[in-house]
Ligand binder design. Structure first.
Ligand SMILES: *[C@@H]1O[C@H](CO)[C@@H](O)[C@H](O)[C@H]1NC(C)=O
Ligand SMILES: *[C@@H]1O[C@H](CO)[C@@H](O)[C@H](O)[C@H]1NC(C)=O
Ligand SMILES: *[C@@H]1O[C@H](CO)[C@@H](O)[C@H](O)[C@H]1NC(C)=O
Length: 400
C-alpha cells in the first residue's frame, strides 16, 4: 500500500511518467485512490503483474464504493497484460464469510504465487468482520479527461468491474472482464455521466450487464465486443425515483452475445423524465439469448412498482441486422402509455428460436411506433407504423 502510494506520488509530479507494477508478482492491495487534481498530465500505469483485493472484510469498513480509484486526472492510461482480481467470491455469498489468511492487515505485500493455493472456499468466522452492505467496484475512474484502459484483465469483482463516472474522452480496448454468470451485480463496464466514449475489441463475461450505459452519457461508440455470460448491453435503468435521465447518440455495432439474459436493452423506471435519443444497434449476433431485443419502460426490481404516467421519453431507436437464436422471446417492446416510443426502426431482423425450447413467446409491443424497413423473422406485426395520432405531450420535462 505504502509502496503504491509512494510510487504514485512520484509519478504524479512528472508529466507522462510511468508507474510500473512488475510482471511475475502478485500484490495484495487494499482500497486506494490515485488522485489528482494536482498531478501532471498523461501518466501511464503499466500493469504487468497481478493486483488482488484483500479478503478480510475489516479492511472495507462500513463499505466502499470502489477498491482502486483514479480521480481528477487529465490523460491517464492503464495498460499492460496484468490482472486486477477483486476476490469477489466472498462478496457474492448471502452471508458473511471470512478468509482463513490472517496476514492481511499489511495491504501491500509482494506475495509469491503460493497464496493462490489457499483453499478457494473461505471458512466462516465471526472474528474478522462482517460483510459491508456496499460492495466495491474493482476499478473506477471519476472526473477525468482522456482515460485509456487497455490490455489488462479485471476479474472477480465484488460488484462492477470497470466504472467511468463524470469522464470525458474514454477509450477501452483489447481488455477483458471475467466473472461467473451467477455473480450478482457484477457489471462488466459501467458508464455514467460520461461523454465521448469508445469501447472496442473487448471480451466481457460477468454476472450482470456486460456494458451498462446510465444517465448523462452521450457520444458512446461500442464495437467488436463479445458478451457472455452476462445480461447483455443495456441502457439504463433510467429515471429511478422520479429522476431525470438524459442519454443520446449511442452506437453499438458488430457485437456478439452468447448465452446472455437480454441482448440489447433499454430499461427505464416509471415516473422518470428526460430522454433517450439516437440509439443504433447494428450487426448484433445473438446465440442462445433469452430476450435479444428489449425496451422496458416498466422496469422494476421488486414484484410491484407504483404506476406513474411520467416517463423517460424514447425516440430514434434503430435496430439493424440483429440475427441469431433466442430461447424465450425475440422482441419485447413495452413503452409508456403517456409517452409512447417513437421512431423505432427495424431492418433485417432474423431471430430463430433455439430448437427444443418449450415456452416460447411471440414478439410483444406496447405503444411502440416506427417503421419496418424489411420483412422480419419472425414477423413483428405488433409494431405500429408511423406516429401516434395524437402528438404525445412534449414539455420541458423531456428536454435534456
Ligand atoms: C484529450 O485528448 C484530445 C485528443 O488528443 C485533446 O485534443 C484534448 O485537449 C485532451 N483533453 C484534455 C483535457 O487534455
Ligand atoms: C455521435 O457520437 C460519435 C461518436 O460515437 C461522434 O463521432 C459524433 O460526432 C456524435 N454526433 C453528434 C451529433 O454529436
Ligand atoms: C399498473 O398498470 C397496469 C397496466 O394498466 C395494470 O395491469 C396494473 O395492475 C397496474 N398496477 C398497479 C400497481 O396499479
Amino acid at each position: 500500500m505504502q509502496a503504491f502510494q509512494a510510487a504514485w506520488a512520484a509519478a504524479c509530479k512528472v508529466a507522462a511518467s510511468t508507474m510500473i507494477v512488475p510482471a511475475e508478482h502478485v500484490f495484495l492491495v487494499g482500497p486506494i485512490s490515485f488522485s489528482g487534481p494536482y498531478c501532471q498530465a498523461n501518466i501511464v500505469f503499466q500493469l504487468d503483474g497481478t493486483i488482488i483485493a484483500p479478503t478480510n472484510f475489516n479492511v472495507w469498513g462500513r463499505g466502499l464504493f470502489q477498491w482502486l480509484e483514479f480521480t481528477k486526472l487529465v490523460g491517464i492510461t492503464i495498460q499492460g497484460d496484468g490482472t486486477i482480481d477483486g476476490s469477489g467470491s466472498m462478496w457474492w455469498q448471502e452471508t458473511p464469510f471470512e478468509d482463513p489468511v490472517d496476514n492481511e492487515s499489511e495491504f501491500i505485500i509482494p506475495l509469491n504465487k503460493t497464496v493462490q493455493q489457499h483453499p478457494p472456499m473461505p471458512i466462516r468466522s465471526e472474528l474478522n468482520g462482517k460483510m459491508p452492505s456496499i460492495k466495491p467496484t474493482a476499478l473506477r475512474f471519476y472526473g477525468s479527461f482522456n482515460v485509456t484502459v487497455t490490455g489488462i484483465t479485471i476479474q472477480n469483482s465484488p460488484q462492477c468491474h470497470l466504472k467511468f463516472d463524470n469522464c470525458i474522452g474514454v477509450v477501452v480496448h483489447d481488455m477483458k472482464t471475467s466473472s461467473p454468470g451467477d455473480s450478482p451485480n457484477t457489471d462488466g463496464i459501467h458508464l455514467q455521466n460520461s461523454k465521448d466514449v469508445l469501447i472496442h475489441s473487448t471480451d466481457l463475461a460477468c454476472g450482470d450487464d456486460c456494458i451498462s450505459i446510465q444517465t448523462g452519457c452521450s457520444n458512446v461508440y461500442i464495437h467488436n465486443v463479445n458478451c457472455g455470460p452476462g445480461h447483455g448491453i443495456s441502457i439504463g435503468g433510467l429515471g429511478k425515483e422520479n429522476t431525470k435521465a438524459c442519454v443520446s447518440n449511442i452506437t453499438v455495432r458488430d457485437v456478439v452475445l452468447h448465452g446472455t439474459m437480454t441482448g440489447v436493452r433499454i430499461k427505464t423506471w416509471q415516473g422518470g423524465s428526460g430522454s433517450v435519443q439516437g440509439v443504433l444497434f447494428s450487426n448484433i449476433q445473438v446465440s442462445e439469448v433469452q430476450l435479444p431485443i428489449v425496451i422496458d419502460q416498466f422496469y422494476c426490481d421488486k414484484s410491484v412498482c407504483k404506476n406513474q404516467t411520467s416517463a423517460v421519453a424514447l425516440s430514434g431507436i434503430t435496430y439493424e441486422k440483429i440475427r441469431g437464436t433466442y430461447t424465450v422471446k425475440p422482441v419485447h417492446f413495452a413503452c409508456s402509455d403517456a409517452l409512447p416510443c417513437m421512431d423505432v426502426s427495424l431492418t433485417t431482423i432474423e431471430l430463430q428460436p433455439l430448437k427444443e425450447q418449450y415456452h416460447l413467446y411471440d414478439p410483444f409491443c406496447w405503444k411502440t411506433f416506427g417503421e419496418l424497413n424489411t420483412p422480419t423473422m419472425p414477423p413483428i406485426s405488433c409494431l405500429q407504423i408511423g406516429k401516434p395520432s395524437s402528438n404525445r405531450p412534449q414539455s420541458d420535462h423531456d428536454t435534456c
